[in-house]
Design a protein around this ligand. Structure first.
Ligand code: SF4
Length: 258
């Protein structure tokens, strides 16, 4: 689901971000191209439909775990304090066929090498209804889950999701202690944005139903797949954040220029 600027290595960084502090990124996806079941026009890795035809191989859980172990030992030696270990990378991490095994292995390494560091994920929420994935998500300390729309048409425009809005919201509603992460984008021609009142109303209602611990509202800060879309203005992002707060859910807007 992206979110942290990622390299091709299994473990990359540390990367400093406003939302996650100093984070080591863990990319458990195949090394070439992007692996995702969404096709967001704002994706920093380009269109999924362009990259999905290439043959890929999934990294083995043992390689991921040993790469993390090595990086945590290096961090300890250099006295670098890492706030988070974040499953992110070029696509959706939960698509790895051995995702539950990987989470177990990463947790064991974290507990051994750096017990105070939080283990987190950036996910597009598309697999959150699957029992094995849900169980693995609950093994993590922090879950940053995408919800960019609260109605089917906007979901199709902004994510091209294979899963319906109703199923995503229901899966998130029954997962505890989430941060919802929403990317707001504008399209001057009105083709594919989620920042107008028609899209924001159902989205706020969906967020209130999920009742997350917090909502992070973000906008474009990388080159998007589509040349049509633009960042949302700071004023509009703050207005939307206020609407979320009025519904009783804590919200923070990450402005494009802060
Ligand atoms: S969820 Fe969207 S933004 Fe994230 S990697 Fe997939 S296509 Fe890109």
């Amino acid at each position: 689901m992206g979110g942290l600027a990622s390299a091709e290595e299994l473990v990359y960084g540390p990367v400093r971000s406003r939302r996650l502090g100093l984070s080591l990124g863990i990319n458990i996806l195949p090394p070439n191209g992007k692996t995702c079941n969404f096709d967001c026009p704002y994706c920093q890795y380009g269109w999924t439909r362009v990259s999905s035809g290439e043959a890929r191989s999934w990294p083995a859980p043992e390689s991921i775990v040993s790469a993390l172990s090595e990086r945590l030992r290096e961090a300890k030696l250099s006295r670098t304090r890492v706030d988070r270990l974040t499953l992110a990378g070029r696509g959706e991490p939960t698509l790895h066929p051995q995702f539950p095994d990987i989470v177990r292995g990463l947790r064991a390494v974290r507990d051994r090498e750096s017990p105070d560091t939080r283990l987190a994920i950036l996910s597009n929420s598309s697999t959150a209804e699957k029992p094995a994935i849900r169980a693995a998500l609950l093994e993590l300390d922090e879950r940053y889950m995408k919800l960019d729309a609260g109605d089917p048409m906007t979901l199709r425009y902004v994510n091209d999701s294979p899963i319906s809005c109703t199923r995503i919201v229901e899966a998130l509603r029954t997962l505890p202690d989430l941060v919802i992460q929403t990317m707001f984008v504008s399209d001057p021609e009105g083709r594919m944005d989620n920042c107008g009142d028609i899209a924001v109303g159902p989205w706020v209602r969906a967020v209130a139903k999920i009742a997350p611990r917090k909502v992070h509202l973000i906008t474009l800060d990388q080159t998007p797949a589509s040349s049509f879309i633009r960042p949302v203005s700071d004023v509009r992002l703050l207005e939307i954040a206020n609407r979320v707060r009025q519904s009783g859910v804590p919200a923070r807007a990450f402005l494009s220029n802060s």
